[in-house]
Write a new protein. Structure first.
Length: 540
């Protein structure tokens, strides 16, 4: 007897975004086999794509590519693959032979539901059970939902799934959508729900979905993935939903097998890849924004939360749902390069720095370990001392240089006396109106694009100093990053500015940027007074 509430696990399909589909054959076989043995009703094995299948991946060209991973099919399980409505040539799709993939899910965008459903009809004509996914269902008005329901009734799929594409739904939104669809969709068609966890509501919304639809008496399908694996903030978690259904709805999913599957196959992915709730993906949910926009800002600019919110908010509602990277770059530059009149600030710094040696105190661990030596150096040589993106005791500074809002605010809260008493040089990405003891410099003066971490604070400060005509610079605490973040800094509680944790890659990039600074400023002598992996000897 078919269950009234079915659980669809989409780990191998939605998780493909995280690992570029490369789960590896052992994990694919093990996950599919174990999900079947755990009594999961629908197992989504991956995608159908217009390219040859690469072994060990969940991108298949034809359904038979999945057979080697499915093995012996479980009697009561349904094996599914997904296609994007306009990204798979149905001429490549053979008639269903029942040996591998039983059903195909067709996903389509809000403004293309009629075209997407037509693709679904063609899939169904080849003998596959048809499941449909209405991406960004939240964007449909009530009238559009009625029109969607009309087309769904013509196609007669097994299931039509409500999709919270941007993780932006609240319970009232789900209630509105379901009330319309349940009223207008034929009773024999299941309604499904695919949630995203941008606002940490995925599991709660799944429970709401189950409650609402149980009251309606309709058969339903709930999507989930092991450990919530999926793009961006991820999905509802299979282990949570399965246990909820066992406890509250009389289901019999084998939690021991599900836990074994997580231990055996998911631990590696959890330790080596990242997904799940985060502030950036909360911002995506807040503004109904495509996660690719968030990923772009994180990868290319390491954008902080406040700036990310401002950039996404500056996009139109329609543009937020797309991912136009050229437009996003324009918005990023506009947000960062807040133009200020910095002529007086530049003139003052040129005058004060003229002929003087500058000592930059970066926040690396050596400024704590070598503090006696550095303080003796300051007493003997009397340089202008500039703290870079941090305040470290016991130093006294002539200036503090900040490129990042988080570091600026942390310094003010942690060391208010030093912070308030010291002149500060701020880039205009932090603020555009100077307070007492602040000089604001246009962001573009201190940066050079072409690297992922082009806004490294020491590099920015060196670029600015070269433009100010400084001829002698000494560096302390520009050590290089270790594998553990809190071992790299004199103050281990400094806010992290490198959330991806790829320290070796970051070090190599900083080396390259530092070499570029040396090439670009032949008049400026730069020398380290503490150990650094970036030290290539004095440049004259």
């Amino acid at each position: 007897m078919e269950r009234k509430i079915q659980l669809l696990d989409c780990t191998l399909r939605d998780g493909a975004y995280i690992v570029d589909s490369e789960f590896g054959a052992p994990a694919m076989r093990g996950i599919i086999k174990n999900l079947g043995e755990a009594n999961i009703d629908v197992i989504e094995c991956g995608w159908l794509k217009d390219k040859p299948h690469k072994p060990g991946t969940t991108f298949f060209h034809v359904p038979s590519d999945a057979l080697q991973y499915i093995g012996e099919k479980k009697k009561n399980a349904i094996y599914v693959a997904m296609i994007d409505w306009d990204r798979y040539d149905l001429n490549n799709l053979p008639e269903c032979d029942g040996k591998s993939i039983d059903a195909i899910r067709v996903v389509f965008p809000q403004n293309k539901f009629r075209e997407g459903i037509e693709v679904g009809k063609a899939v169904k004509a080849k003998g596959y059970a048809l499941y449909l996914q209405a991406a960004n269902t939240l964007g449909y008005s009530d009238d559009e939902l009625k029109a969607l329901a009309e087309e769904i009734n013509k196609a007669q799929p097994v299931c039509i799934s409500v999709v919270d594409t941007f993780g932006a739904m609240y319970p009232k939104d789900l209630q509105r959508i379901l009330s319309v669809l349940d009223k207008h969709i034929d009773g024999g068609i299941k309604i499904g729900f695919h949630s995203h966890n941008n606002q940490q509501l995925s599991f709660a919304l799944c429970m709401d979905f189950i409650r609402i639809m149980s009251e309606c008496g309709r058969h339903i399908v709930v999507d989930s993935s092991l450990c919530g694996m999926g793009r961006g903030a991820g999905n509802a978690t299979t282990e949570l939903v399965a246990n909820y259904l066992n406890v509250n709805c009389g289901a019999n999913y084998d939690m021991n097998i599900i836990m074994d599957t997580i231990d055996t196959y998911m631990q590696y992915f959890s330790e080596n890849y990242h997904w799940g709730y985060s502030i950036p993906y909360f911002i995506a949910g807040m503004f109904c924004c495509h996660v690719n926009n968030i990923a772009y800002l994180l990868k290319n600019h390491r954008t902080n939360a406040r700036d990310m919110r401002n950039i996404i908010e500056s996009l139109s509602p329609a543009d937020r749902k797309k991912y136009d990277y050229d437009l996003l770059e324009q918005k990023y530059i506009l947000n960062q390069n807040r133009i200020v009149d910095d002529a007086d600030a530049i003139k003052r710094l040129k005058t004060e720095f003229n002929g003087r040696e500058i000592l930059l105190i970066a926040p690396g661990e050596t400024v704590a370990a070598k503090s006696d030596y550095i303080l003796d150096y300051i007493a003997e040589h009397k340089p202008i001392v500039i703290g870079v993106n941090a305040i470290i005791a016991p130093y006294k500074y002539d200036y503090l240089f900040f490129t990042n809002t988080a570091r600026y605010e942390y310094a003010g809260e942690s060391y208010p006396d030093v912070f308030n008493a010291t002149e500060k040089i701020l880039l205009s990405d932090i603020k555009t109106k100077a307070a007492d003891r602040e000089l604001i410099i246009n962001f573009e003066r201190a940066i050079k694009r072409g690297w992922e971490h082009f806004d490294n604070a020491v590099i920015c400060c060196l670029r600015l100093l070269s433009k100010l005509g400084v001829e002698r610079v000494k560096l302390a605490g520009f050590d290089g990053f270790k594998t553990r973040y809190n071992e790299s800094y004199a103050d281990p509680k400094l806010p992290s500015l490198n959330p991806d944790g790829k320290w070796d890659e970051l070090n190599e990039e900083i080396k390259d940027m530092y070499a570029d600074v040396l090439r670009s400023a032949p008049e400026m002598s730069v020398k380290f007074i503490t150990e650094s992996i970036f030290d290539v000897g004095e440049k004259k």
